[in-house]
Design a protein around this ligand. Structure first.
Ligand code: FAD
Length: 407
């Protein structure tokens, strides 16, 4: 029997196992995960799990929570090996190395996701937290429950969601951001500036253009010499692919550490695939390589990998999704589809001073990306239009009363 082994039991790993069975894979499937917990989903970690709305309770293999995937691995015939950290890949021998011994494979799927970037020199300081794993979220719950003063480093997606939850819990919150605005890496200044106000509205203090120089007991020292009291520090300054274990394996990595996959999510080593937060792929749609650190990509990529493993050949379409993600922050539902570049034409759809509005990005008249704040219908229509490569009339698109699909 042919054996597929999947490394990483997060969204991408679990979805690969599920998709392989959906495709009718007849062989064995082994899913290895470094964490001791039953596989779980990450988006609830910065939302319900953090606030304790979703009660975690101990279960076999560690605490479980409603973030746990509702997948019956035994019924799917998936061998689940938890608490197994893979340290190396040896393609010549077709096996993986773990502390408990080697694991042979015929086809291998790399789904080791990403790990948060630590604060330089601050990773071991007491009271410094990350927010990537269930254990991280469970460690942060008492901080929120005790309404400790929190300093959040980084005003990205994770920083914004954590600040939202901490304010909801009643913690005094200061967010320290090195750039001059939130989400500087993701959105243009005109758009991100609108989001800066959301922090103040929630009662969080946002310090832009500020850098953390050091974390001291009970305080954060900024580069300008000022000190902010901190009962806890939460670092959200980005994540990088968890691919260090592939060193020397022959699997080619891109700059920044992502696995270099092709348009069918194959790596540079035969019979080795990669999906989710750890892999970048060439997008013909956008004419560049994309590394997507969002949930939907960890859902779609595995379907493509499974189709290729089971059916192979040219009949399997290239992997070229319209990227999609959402974020729940400061009482708003923020969604983004597509991918834009600085040169694309921006069209506002509605007044950003209002509760709901959208922004479209057009490239030579074609819709390439859309940001929707509290306008899920724009998102749903826009995502389809982007997929179809539809042209939009910028005048009509700017009118929020015209359905996007008619613009
Ligand atoms: P991961 O979820 O990181 O899973 C990889 C797994 O591999 C991990 O469990 C890890 O322990 C394991 N692993 C790593 N190295 C090894 C090894 N050497 N051996 C064995 N196992 C290993 N996206 C959205 O679109 N919307 C959201 O609202 C949203 N909210 C989020 C909130 C939080 C707090 C976080 C952290 C992420 C959020 N995301 C969100 C992003 C989304 O969760 C990720 O894109 C998704 O989890 C990626 O799945 P993955 O399987 O590729 O990686």
């Amino acid at each position: 029997q042919r054996r597929v082994v999947i490394v990483g039991a997060g969204m991408a790993g679990v979805q690969t196992a599920v998709a392989l069975r959906e495709e009718g894979w007849p062989g064995t499937i082994t899913l290895l995960g470094a964490e001791p917990h039953r596989p779980y989903d990450r988006p609830p970690l910065s939302k319900a799990v953090l606030l304790g709305a979703a009660e975690a309770h101990p279960g076999p293999g560690g605490p479980e929570s409603p973030a746990t995937f509702d997948v019956d691995f035994a019924a799917l015939g998936v061998e689940l090996l938890l608490g197994r950290h893979v340290t190396a890949l040896r393609p010549a021998e077709r096996h993986l190395v773990t502390a408990e011994g080697t694991v042979p494979y015929d086809r291998l799927v790399i789904a080791t996701g990403a790990e948060p970037v630590p604060l330089p020199g601050g990773e071991t300081a007491p009271g410094v937290h990350m927010l990537r794993t269930l254990d991280d979220a469970l460690r942060l719950r008492p901080v929120l429950a005790a309404q400790r003063e929190v300093v959040v480093v980084g005003a990205g997606w994770i920083g914004a969601e954590f600040a939202t939850a901490a304010r909801e819990a009643g913690c005094p919150v200061t967010v320290v951001e090195a750039a001059d605005r939130p989400l500087a890496g993701a959105l243009p200044a005109e758009v991100a500036e609108r989001m800066a106000g959301w922090y103040a509205e929630s009662g969080a203090r946002l310090l832009t253009g500020s850098r953390v120089a050091a974390v001291e007991p009970g305080a954060v020292l900024l580069a300008d010499g000022s000190r902010i009291r901190a009962g806890a520090v939460v670092v959200g300054i980005g994540a990088r692919p968890a691919t260090g274990w592939l060193a020397g394996s022959g699997v080619e990595l891109c700059e920044g550490g992502a696995v270099r996959a092709d348009d069918r999510l194959r790596t540079t080593v035969p019979d080795v695939y990669a999906a989710g937060d750890c892999a970048s792929f060439p997008s013909a749609r956008y004419g560049e390589r994309l590394l997507v650190h969002h949930w939907d990509n960890a859902l779609q990529g595995p379907a493509a990998v499974a189709a290729h493993i089971v059916r192979g050949g040219a009949e399997v379409p290239r992997y070229d999704p319209v990227p999609y993600f959402w974020s729940e922050q400061f009482g708003r539902f923020v969604q983004y589809a597509g991918h834009h570049a600085g040169a694309d034409r921006m069209v506002w759809r509605g007044d950003p001073g209002n509760a709901s509005w959208s922004v479209c990005w057009l490239r030579e008249g074609t819709l390439v990306a859309l940001l929707a704040v509290g306008r899920p219908r724009d998102l749903a229509q826009g995502r389809k239009l982007i997929g179809a490569g539809a042209r939009l009339d910028p005048e009509r698109a700017a009118d929020p009363s015209v359905p996007l699909k008619s613009a």
